[in-house]
Design a binder for this molecule. Structure first.
Ligand code: AHG
Length: 292
């Protein structure tokens, strides 16, 4: 998969993601649990883990020639790196970081864009899951998501990820009392069909589980308190949309638009989002009154 990208500098980006995955995993395992505004044992200010992870990523990409700019979930705006670079890397350095304190899995997400920062210009995406194991998934426009796992201190390719037509898992985010009636009815209908609830509150492990277990639905709808959902388009929604489409699933918003066609007006814009196998997304379209 990565051979095709050797000449373009994309491979340097993938190698840098592997390097930062080791560093962030070490930070997660050795930091004073990221309590904000606290001091560490030597009396120095202790940075939160998501801020530490952001610094690790920024430093690692600073000298990657193919990277033009960085956009981080932790920062406002765009950090320009090199006029001659080709790609902008948009990333969430440590998604779900509050889950570290209760020892659940967390992740880093990367979207690699060429040109304007919009869905159609996403050329590749990657995410890292920090759990009992450290795993990395990379997808490009012309490859299925490739799962790698750290074995004996190195990432080893395990295999491509394929989703089935229909899955068994149902993960739906947001505060339920703020869901629309039709969203609630739709989620209930999946449970009535036998779907099982799986929701940790970390989109990386939740979406990873659904992909690896063959399919299902992950949704973060628009709600009365968050009409545009919670998840960020550039760093979270669009990169995972590529994963799901390349694995054989679908990823759409509440109007039926492919998430890979989103046009964020601002780097931190959010969108309602639905990722799933074809069966569940077809059912969602019907429930939301979206014409196929
Ligand atoms: P945060 O990084 O602020 O902890 O947010 C995590 C994200 C995402 O990973 C997860 O799917 C979603 O927020 C969970 O939100 P809800 O609790 O509202 O469902």
């Amino acid at each position: 998969m990565q051979k095709a990208y050797k000449e373009t500098g994309m491979n340097d980006i993938f190698e840098t993601i592997k390097q930062v995955a080791f560093e962030i995993d070490t930070a997660i395992k050795t930091s004073d649990l990221g309590y904000s505004d606290s001091e560490n044992s030597s009396g120095e200010d202790q940075l939160k883990l998501d801020v530490q992870s952001d610094i690790i990523i920024e430093k690692a990409f600073a000298n990657v020639a193919s990277v033009k700019a960085l956009v981080s979930e932790e920062k406002e705006g765009v950090l320009e790196l090199s006029e001659t670079g080709k790609y902008t890397v948009c990333y969430d350095p440590l998604d779900g970081s509050s889950l570290v304190n209760v020892n659940l899995s967390v992740g880093s997400i990367f979207g690699i864009y060429e040109g304007e920062l919009e869905g159609k210009n996403l050329v590749a995406s990657a995410y890292v899951v920090y759990g009992p194991r450290v795993e990395l998934v990379i997808a490009t426009r012309d490859s299925k998501p490739m799962l790698s796992r750290v074995i004996a201190g190195k990432f080893k390719e395990i295999g491509e990820i394929f989703m089935n037509e229909k899955g068994k898992l149902n993960a739906s985010g947001g505060t339920q009392q703020n869901w629309s009636d039709y969203h609630k009815a739709f989620i209930d209908s999946l449970f009535a069909e036998g779907y099982r609830l799986r929701y940790s509150g970390g989109m990386v492990p939740d979406l990873h589980q659904i992909m690896l277990k063959g399919g299902g639905l992950f949704s973060y709808p628009g709600t009365t308190d968050k009409p545009n959902g919670k998840l960020r388009q550039l760093f979270e929604v669009i990169p995972f949309a590529l994963m799901y489409e390349q694995a054989g699933g679908e990823a759409i918003n509440n109007k039926g638009m492919r998430l890979l066609e989103l046009l964020p007006a601002h780097p931190h814009d959010t969108s309602p989002c639905f990722f799933g196998s074809k069966y569940e997304i077809t059912a969602l379209r019907k429930a939301y009154g979206i014409k196929a």
